[in-house]
Design a protein around this ligand. Structure first.
Ligand SMILES: [Zn+2]
Ligand SMILES: [Zn+2]
Length: 199
């Protein structure tokens, strides 16, 4: 997904770009290459994006929904999820990023941050948007989609809030059946407390 800067007219550019299963699969992993996020894409998606030229760059607003499955961390059943991804980025041409010191040492980044926080006024959209650098001619949306999807993935999926999980002793799914493992295994960290007599 490449957008040439000339394609963005005065009125901006609206896009509805398909996001293929292969791209989603690549991001989520599990195909042996790269990191496995534990999520699997179940359907292609569509990126709705709006690009606007602003002073010093391009303002990109984008959103899509990723249909994925992931294992419940307690009972290990597959859970279907719709992960909403929405982002606003300020794309800045490389030529406008002053010097190499921009990312070189933490100190200058900190100073920059403090300074920009102190500034009042200006475009609130730009102040709020995360910054991405591009070559000034072509915007590649693929890496942006990748990064934003990874950022949007939830931590620790559960099939439902009160999922009872698997019995640690017999492995039965306690949402579906009861087992006869009555004795709760004692948490080893709590074991010493068991012998304290309250008299
Ligand atoms: Zn569960
Ligand atoms: Zn059991």
């Amino acid at each position: 997904m490449l957008v040439k800067i000339e394609q963005i007219k005065e009125t901006g550019l609206q896009l509805n770009e398909p996001i293929g299963l292969n791209l989603l699969g690549e991001v989520l992993g599990g195909d042996g290459s790269g990191e496995d996020t534990g999520f699997r894409a179940t359907a292609p998606s569509t990126l709705k994006a709006s690009l606007k030229k602003v002073s010093g760059g391009v303002l990109l607003e984008g959103q899509f929904t990723a249909n994925v499955t992931s294992q419940c961390k307690r009972c290990l059943t597959d859970v279907e999820l719709k992960v909403p991804v929405a982002f606003t980025l300020n794309l800045v041409p490389k030529s406008l990023v002053r010097g190499d010191d921009y990312l070189k040492d933490d100190e200058s980044v900190m100073e920059k941050k403090e300074r920009s926080q102190g500034e009042v006024g200006g475009s609130f959209e730009l102040e709020d948007a995360d910054q991405e650098v591009f070559d000034g001619k072509v915007i590649n949306l693929d890496p942006i989609v990748r990064e934003q999807l990874l950022l949007a993935l939830p931590m620790g999926t559960v099939c439902r809030e009160d999922c009872k999980g698997l019995c640690p002793q017999c492995g039965i799914n306690r949402n579906e059946a009861k087992c006869t493992c009555e004795t709760k295994p004692v948490d080893p960290r709590m074991a010493p407390l068991k012998n304290i007599k309250l008299s």
